[in-house]
Ligand binder design. Structure first.
Ligand code: ZN
Length: 301
């Protein structure tokens, strides 16, 4: 009852979520809350002033996204949030259907190359005419894999949502794919909605082993003006791709992602510089640490 009364009061005062706030301030409405699509913080009042202030103080860097690009970013962030919401409420994801009610199966392919660059692309969209059991999905996936001339034994994992046709132990799509991969001499694991697991991992593990040394190094380079200038000069001398490391601020995810990305691309130069200054960073030569680092920075792109 409490929430109903509260909603009426809010309505009376004319404070409703306005759709334009999505595009202007990256906000959405979830269960009578204004939620920031970027950092997922909640702003309690439906007032443009508060929402605008949140956006301007925390995410002003998104101003550079305009027009279509801005609209696409809003959609993308909304999709991430919706996926997380459905994970937390544990509602099995519904089938995606098009306007004619034909179920559509979207198949994405994610790969990692030797330099740990991760790429993900939509591989195929299959319209499912009849039933949508695990075996029907499997037939569709097989035809895509054959059409694209992909090798089954290169598949290392399959990620699906929690619907029984996908995740069912015996005849769900993920089990059928894993069996097929073993028949072809490979080995694949089943994962459930990795995007949620990634977000949860990052949230709970906090990745201190990654963040602490990186922040320490960035602060070391940036906090002392002399050291900072020396680093810029050092980069000029070796003509690195970027001119400088980005200063990390703890409050902004975007800033965290950009700082990590740039740090990663400059890791060799940073390593050389620190060694020269007598402050070596041994993690930069540890492949396991670098893998953690790349994984974490990828999350906050
Ligand atoms: Zn925010």
């Amino acid at each position: 009852m409490a929430s109903v009364n509260k909603k009426r009061k809010v309505d009376r005062e004319g404070r409703r979520f306005q759709d334009k706030w999505k595009f202007e301030y990256f906000f959405t409405e979830i269960r009578n809350n204004c939620v920031c699509l970027i950092c997922q913080e909640t702003v309690a009042v439906f007032k443009e002033f508060n929402i605008k202030r949140h956006y301007q103080t925390k995410h002003a860097s998104y101003d550079k996204l305009t027009g279509n690009k801005r609209g696409e970013k809003v959609k993308q962030l909304e999709a991430v949030l919706t996926a997380q919401q459905s994970f937390f409420t544990r509602v099995p994801c519904d089938e995606s259907t098009d306007a004619s009610d034909t179920a559509q199966l979207l198949i994405f392919l994610r790969g990692v190359d030797n330099d740990m660059n991760v790429s993900e692309e939509l591989l195929d969209l299959q319209s499912l005419k009849g039933q949508t059991r695990g075996t029907d999905l499997f037939v569709s996936v097989c035809s895509t894999v054959d059409d694209m001339k992909l090798q089954w034994n290169k598949v290392t994992g399959i990620i699906t949502d929690g619907a029984p046709a996908m995740a069912g132990e015996r005849s769900g799509l993920s089990s059928l794919v894993c069996n097929k991969v073993s028949e072809e001499g490979g080995s694949a694991i089943k994962l459930h909605c990795i995007i949620h697991q990634e977000v949860l991992c990052a949230k709970y593990m906090k990745y201190d082993n990654v963040m602490k040394p990186v922040i320490k190094t960035i602060n070391y380079i940036c906090s002392k003006a002399l050291c900072h200038r020396q680093f810029q000069q050092f980069l000029l001398d070796i003509q690195a791709e970027y001119g400088d490391v980005l200063y990390h601020t703890d409050v902004r995810w975007l800033s965290r992602g950009s700082a990590l990305q740039r740090f990663f691309s400059l890791r060799e130069e940073i390593g050389q510089f620190l060694t020269k200054k007598g402050q070596p960073m041994p993690q930069l030569n540890d492949p396991v640490w670098l893998a953690d680092f790349q994984y974490f920075s990828f999350l906050y792109l």
